[in-house]
Design a binder for this molecule. Structure first.
Ligand SMILES: Cc1cc2nc3c(=O)[nH]c(=O)nc-3n(C[C@H](O)[C@H](O)[C@H](O)COP(=O)(O)OP(=O)(O)OC[C@H]3O[C@@H](n4cnc5c(N)ncnc54)[C@H](O)[C@@H]3O)c2cc1C
Length: 456
């Protein structure tokens, strides 16, 4: 089996034949490096706005090879850690505008897929966020109050009985429900975007790694690959966690890995035991969250919990790790003891591009020749569509209402430069937070309390 197919259930379970490789040098108006959601939405939206543009996308493996073909498939409105956190970081007006722009993006993804005939098993399920302990109860209430302060009516508080009416588990205490969220097949969406880009005249080359990207005399850009060079007027770097080696970006991004396990398909009787009849997406309120959802073929996807920091950036050796799969199985069994006869079928992982404030970032490098767009910190399925619109506006108009939103207007928070300091800061804080998530009775840990204060 091709190596890229083995990276996730989503990349494997439907047939896919990669598109052409770059074959020789060529010119373009815009060259985009990276065939994930960010690169593909940017290509589509730029081409729709300005059909005469000659746009080339270069993808090292296949479209959706990165996080876009491996994720949980939750398209959510979330930017930053949650709506309460977003207000703290960008203020009321910006938080409200960002949330409303994200609702537009969720609806736009659903409509685009329907119009283009993209078969990505999209289910407008809404998102249920649940609490497992008193500390998490506080976070649920904070979100609902934050949404009310913003005058948003799309966060509904659910008490224990109302949560249990959606999913039966003794461990779920309360929650909130947001209707504007989808669950979908992430690789099918990425492939559908790749096809939609091609139909609009974008040249999408696969199995074409970019070895170097540079500006020439501040006049143009060159993207070099083993199969030829693309000479372009401007470039977009849409390589998310794989941007780790670009020094200007490494100043404020880091790589963590997200792990997922998948059960075998459940019988109707087994589904009945957990009463998850509306099959909505579910996240909990740990700091390092769990996320779970049904798949179209009747399995439960169970992901999250550990999010180990990887100082060396993305590396296929992290794509499978029995230790993290076992820890996920442990919490699956804890949450649903009534499914003790359901087996875990497989697991996988992928690189997530983190930023200190959990807000994605877009901006110019090298004068106004190379634009970067990345850093969704584990929640990029929905936001990458907003990012595509933002990239379009930056490229074509310089500024717009969207470029006033935090992806562009909020300055990324820098990280310590050296590996040792980074490791100390990121590794240690992850450890403390994970320990507090796993052992809520340790909520009194002084450093943990400080970290939580910064994050909640
Ligand atoms: C396990 C996991 C679960 C997740 N779950 C969710 C979820 O449920 N909901 C949610 O909103 N978000 C989730 N995320 C995050 C989400 O998947 C990402 O935020 C999103 O896919 C980012 O898209 P992207 O296009 O920016 O990056 P990517 O999809 O990573 O795309 C970058 C692309 O660049 C290519 N590339 C890199 N270097 C080069 C090069 N030199 N030359 C050419 N091409 C190159 C890569 O091959 C890759 O295809 C999850 C992530 C993971 C890993």
């Amino acid at each position: 089996m091709a190596d890229w197919k083995t990276r996730s259930f989503w990349l494997e379970h439907k047939d896919y034949r990669p598109g052409p490789q770059l074959d020789g040098d060529r010119h373009a108006d815009i060259v985009i490096v990276g065939g994930g959601y960010t690169g593909l939405w940017s290509a589509i939206l730029l081409k729709e706005a300005e059909p005469s543009l000659d746009i080339v996308v270069l993808e090292q493996k296949v479209v959706g090879f990165g996080a876009s073909g491996r994720n949980g498939g939750f398209a959510m409105t979330m930017v930053a850690r949650n709506i309460h956190d977003l207000i703290r970081k960008v203020g009321h007006k910006q938080a409200r505008n960002t949330h409303l722009a994200m609702v537009d993006s969720i609806l736009a993804i659903e409509k685009f897929a329907a119009d283009e005939g993209i078969e990505a098993d999209i289910w407008h399920s809404g998102n249920l966020t649940v609490s497992n302990n008193p500390e998490q109860d506080i976070r649920i209430r904070q979100d609902v109050e934050a949404a009310q302060r913003l005058g948003l009516d799309d966060f509904t508080f659910l008490d224990r009985d109302e949560v249990q009416a959606r999913v039966h588990s003794d461990k779920l205490r309360m929650g909130h429900f947001e209707p504007h969220a989808l669950i979908l097949d992430p690789a099918a969406l990425a492939r559908g975007l790749g096809e939609a880009a091609r139909r609009r005249g974008v040249a999408v080359f696969e199995l074409t790694p970019v070895d170097e990207i540079k500006t020439v005399n501040q006049q143009r850009v060159e993207a070099r690959t083993p199969f030829g060079t693309v000479h372009a007027d401007r470039a977009i770097v849409a390589t998310n966690a794989y941007s780790h080696n670009i020094p200007e970006l490494r100043k404020f991004i880091f790589t963590i890995y997200a792990y997922i396990t998948l059960t075998e398909p459940l019988t109707e009787e087994q589904w009945g035991r957990i009463g998850w009849s509306d099959r909505c997406g579910v996240e909990d309120k740990r700091v390092l969250v769990h996320f779970h959802r049904p798949t179209a073929d009747g399995r439960i996807l169970w992901g999250g919990r550990d999010a180990p920091f990887m100082p060396g950036g993305p590396n296929p050796k992290h794509d499978r790790n029995p230790y993290y799969f076992a820890r996920l199985e442990e919490t699956f069994r804890w949450t649903f003891p009534q499914l003790d006869d359901v087996k875990i079928d497989r697991g996988w992982a992928g690189p997530v591009c983190g930023t200190v404030d959990s807000i994605a970032s877009a901006g110019w490098l090298a004068g106004e020749r190379i634009l970067y767009a990345l850093g969704y910190a584990g929640h990029g399925v929905g936001p990458s569509q907003l990012m595509g619109r933002t990239v379009r506006d930056l490229m074509l108009y310089g500024e717009s209402e969207l470029t006033e939103l935090p992806f562009v207007s909020k300055k990324a928070v820098p990280l310590p430069p050296g590996n040792a300091l980074r490791r100390l800061m990121l590794d240690q804080s992850q450890r403390i937070l994970l320990d507090m998530d796993d052992h809520p009775e340790k909520a009194g840990h002084p450093l943990g309390k400080l970290l939580l204060k910064l994050l909640q």
